[in-house]
Design a protein around this ligand. Structure first.
Ligand SMILES: NC(=O)c1ccc[n+]([C@@H]2O[C@H](COP(=O)([O-])OP(=O)(O)OC[C@H]3O[C@@H](n4cnc5c(N)ncnc54)[C@H](OP(=O)(O)O)[C@@H]3O)[C@@H](O)[C@H]2O)c1
Length: 334
């Protein structure tokens, strides 16, 4: 039986009479909560949802206090499950981390084995967290689109919120999987970078002039949408016959004002992407693909920032201002 240290560092989020606040604290094994597996966390990552939780700009946590961080990769320290022995490398993304239970911004974390995926051969813990929830979400989007008939021969796929974590990985993944990819981004200065990741065409978000008819001239065979709101409504009007829209995010708004015409006249499918509670077998399949045939070849170029727990707040603020790009890796283990 391995003993945990009496205290270790975590980025904790509180909401009580003293107000909403977050920061680095020393916690102990008694703060870790329930779970049959204890992990020494090596890496986590910063996602848009982490920024909302860490700053209090979004209602993410269902109870307080908790450690932040929806992602983690590390090494099992103690295990009550036959599936994992101490020393195994593992990943958890979503599954209620930093929502209903402690998350990965903590040197140690207790989790349920039902949410733990063995680190597949072909990925390091560091690479797994460069991918993190963003990479998993891009993979889940492609998986759902292909399950629904999408192929490279169907035509080009457009990615919105292209310079963000999900967006940049989606571009590299789709292009690697043989798709022609177009990118919609608010950052003209990142067009060269987006093209280097595999975007064939880059379009400025500020120069989009969607026609307002329920159906406009069809442009793309599919979309991975990270923006929602008016962007998603506009996209829905220009997707080709039998195309798929993977609905991932809402950086531009959570409303959706459209009509049923794309669905009933063009057979367009709006696919819901919920990485947090993806079924276990699909979760495992997708991590295996991300370690093999779907491993984005330009992970090192997609990683744009590496921080420790001290660097979380500036990273969150950049994300919420829409000014970050690519992925932010969070190094946890000393
Ligand atoms: N459904 C799921 O399971 C799931 C999983 C992960 C993430 N998400 C969601 O997906 C979205 C992206 O997450 P992320 O981690 O990739 O975030 P991110 O790294 O912060 O990227 C978001 C990107 O959205 C664009 N953007 C920002 N503000 C915008 C605005 N006001 N209007 C239009 N576009 C804006 C920006 O890209 P450009 O400047 O290039 O346009 C930004 O880089 C978030 O809404 C997140 O909550 C959902």
């Amino acid at each position: 039986m391995t003993h945990l240290p009496e205290t270790f560092r975590a980025f904790r989020i509180h909401n009580d009479d003293a107000g909403y606040r977050s920061g680095i604290e020393q916690i102990g094994p008694g703060d870790l909560g329930e779970g049959d597996i204890c992990v020494r966390v090596e890496y986590s990552s910063a996602n848009y949802k982490d920024a909302l939780a860490g700053t209090g700009k979004g209602k993410i946590l269902q109870k307080f206090p908790l450690s932040g961080g929806i992602d983690m990769a590390g090494t099992v320290v103690t295990s009550g499950s036959e599936r994992f022995v101490p020393g195994s490398s593992v990943i958890v993304t979503g599954c209620g981390l930093s929502e209903s239970r402690n998350g990965g911004y903590s040197e140690y974390l207790r989790v349920d084995s039902s949410s733990v995926v063995p680190l597949p051969q072909g990925l390091s813990t560091r690479e797994a967290m460069i991918l993190g929830t963003a990479g998993f979400t891009a993979a889940l989007s492609l998986y759902r689109m292909e399950t629904n008939g999408q192929t490279p021969a169907s035509g080009p796929i457009v990615v919105t919120g292209a310079s963000g974590g999900v967006g940049s990985i989606a571009i590299n993944l789709l292009s690697h999987a043989g798709y022609e990819v177009h990118a919609i981004s608010g950052k003209i200065e990142e067009f060269d970078w987006l093209e280097s990741l595999g975007a064939r065409q880059c379009i400025s978000r500020h120069d989009l002039h969607w026609g307002q008819n329920p159906l406009e001239k069809a442009i793309w065979a599919g979309c991975i949408d990270n923006v929602g709101g008016d962007m998603l409504a506009g996209i829905s009007r220009v997707i080709q016959l039998w195309g798929n829209i993977a609905c991932c995010g809402m950086t531009g708004g959570y409303g959706l004002h459209t009509t049923v015409f794309p669905m009933i006249l063009r057979g367009v499918s709006l696919l819901g992407i919920s990485s947090n509670n993806c079924p276990y077998e699909t979760r495992k399949t997708l991590w295996d693909r991300l370690a093999n045939e779907w491993k984005p070849p330009m992970l090192n170029q997609i990683l744009c920032r590496e921080v420790g727990l001290e660097g979380l707040m500036p990273a969150f603020n950049a994300m919420l201002a829409g000014s970050s790009r690519g992925r932010t890796l969070v190094k946890i283990a000393a």
